[in-house]
Write a protein that binds this ligand. Structure first.
Ligand SMILES: Nc1ncnc2c1ncn2[C@@H]1O[C@H](COP(=O)(O)OP(=O)(O)OP(=O)(O)O)[C@@H](O)[C@H]1O
Length: 447
């Protein structure tokens, strides 16, 4: 295999030398330059596998180089070296697409770790895209966009905050980010922050030394250490008590933790992903979540829209999940009746995909023959759809297009049901021509 090549951009000769020696001991050839101009010249004339750049350079800042690399479409992981304590700059760089950051003075173990992660980023985009598509189902524009974001963010190390209603797939997305990235071979540790008693939280997160409190009968590793080299997924991060929020902030900034009762800090290399179904920005405004921590964990936000806002996905996901469930139960795959499909598309799914899974599991167990009918779905429809007020439009949670599509779909499906699936009568009731009605049915996937 060819020796990997790294581009090092730093105006301090000592740092260039340190990086050069460390990289060559890792069998990586370093090309060192002092400024952005020279870096751009080299980037345009030869291939690199990694770029390490200082932030303050004589002819500009490292952010400009990060931007240049992103805009030129090179699949090149770039990490920035920042002055100690300047996390804000590191956050900006990661928002612009930097892979990771190192703070000065450069810790050699952290440098080696970062370089190994960068070189593990594989450009096999097509294969990864296929796997993501088979796991995170849905062909709506929103889901396609989410999958493409997952591919992008999997390559870097920036903390990601995944927002979305309960059951909308936040943990599934977190796992995909881990699996598609350079840490895939290392552990993915998921923790539900709401499920740990407050008094045990610090020890759960950072570990403890034997005898540090009553009940600490042996040394214990914390979650950060368990996830070392891999990914730590903090589910329901909104439930973290304020005291722990401070300690978490420190661990993220310093990339170091201190187990309870331990004198020394331990370096950890963890990618942090977090999620909650609560409105974290609102909690910051109310003072129950620290703003500085919010800013650190939310370098990049990924919002998962509720299933009802992407109704175009419902049929595909339902059919896929039903086939999967039937296979797992060694049963033949039943078909949905058209009425069952229409009812699923109209349903609100307050519990999102998780609820859809439960509905299908029950329907599979209860249905008779080779068909699943509306009755087998046992949907919790509390109000008559035609009398129910429409949900309010919420621009944070959905696009106007998908909201209107949703409203239109409901109107068409209700008219069809009321007219016993007679399209001519349904079109007449809605004041549309038959042709236009049929066109809309097709467009909205209701045929
Ligand atoms: N787009 C999707 N395609 C296939 N399965 C999905 C999709 N979204 C969610 N699921 C499935 O739905 C279930 C719930 O997903 P997940 O646990 O990721 O949701 P969540 O948002 O983390 O929920 P909570 O907020 O309650 O923790 C899982 O079994 C997951 O595999």
């Amino acid at each position: 295999m060819n020796m990997p090549v790294a581009l090092v951009v730093d105006d301090e000769p000592d740092i260039r030398e340190l990086l050069d020696i460390t990289l060559s001991r890792m069998n990586i050839r370093a090309c060192c330059v002092e400024n952005i101009k020279a870096a751009r010249q080299l980037l345009s004339s030869q291939h690199f596998d990694l770029c390490l750049t200082d932030m303050r350079l004589p002819d500009g800042d490292g952010l400009a180089l990060v931007e240049y690399i992103q805009e030129s479409g090179m699949q090149l992981p770039v990490a920035v070296i920042t002055a100690h304590g300047s996390m804000d700059i590191a956050v900006s760089a990661m928002k612009k697409g930097a892979f990771d950051f190192l703070s000065k003075p450069v810790d050699l173990a952290a440098l080696r770790q970062l370089v190994n992660n960068a070189l593990r980023v594989s450009p096999n985009v097509l294969e990864k895209d296929r796997r993501t598509r088979e796991t995170l189902l849905g062909e709506s524009d929103m889901m396609c966009e989410i999958r493409s974001k997952i591919q992008k963010v999997a390559r870097n190390q920036a903390p990601i905050y995944i927002s979305g209603e309960s059951g909308s797939g936040k943990e599934l997305v977190a796992k995909l980010i881990h699996q598609q990235g350079p840490r895939a071979e290392k552990p993915f540790v998921a923790i539900n922050c709401g499920a740990i008693p407050h008094e045990l939280m610090e020890s759960e997160f950072f570990g403890h030394k034997k005898g540090s409190f009553s009940g600490a009968i042996a040394d214990k590793q914390g979650l950060f250490q368990a996830a070392d080299g891999g990914t730590l997924f903090l589910d329901e991060v909104a439930d973290l008590p304020l005291a722990l929020q401070v300690k978490l902030l420190r661990a993220i900034q310093e990339k170091k933790i201190r187990p309870v009762g331990e004198q020394h800090e331990i370096a950890v290399d963890v990618r942090l992903l977090s999620a909650t179904h609560k409105d974290l920005a609102q909690m910051v405004r109310e003072g129950s979540f620290r703003q500085d921590l919010y800013y650190r964990i939310n370098v990049i936000e990924l919002n998962l829209p509720p299933l009802r806002a992407r109704a175009a996905d419902i049929v595909q996901i339902a059919e896929h999940l039903l086939a999967r469930l039937a296979k797992a139960n060694q049963m033949p795959v039943p078909r949905f009746s058209p009425q069952a499909l229409a009812a699923l598309q109209r349903y609100e799914f307050p519990g999102n995909v998780r609820e859809l899974e439960n509905i299908l599991e029950r329907a599979l167990a209860l249905h008779e023959g080779d068909r699943i009918d509306v009755g087998d779905l046992n949907l919790r429809i509390e109000e008559d759809e035609s009398t129910k007020p429409q949900r309010n439009f919420n621009a944070d949670k959905m696009s106007l297009g998908s909201y209107l599509e949703d409203v239109e779909k409901k109107a068409l499906a209700a008219a069809l049901e009321e007219n016993r699936w007679n399209k001519t009568a349904a079109a007449k009731q809605l004041g549309m021509t038959f042709r236009s009605f049929r066109y809309r049915l097709k467009k909205l996937g209701l045929e």
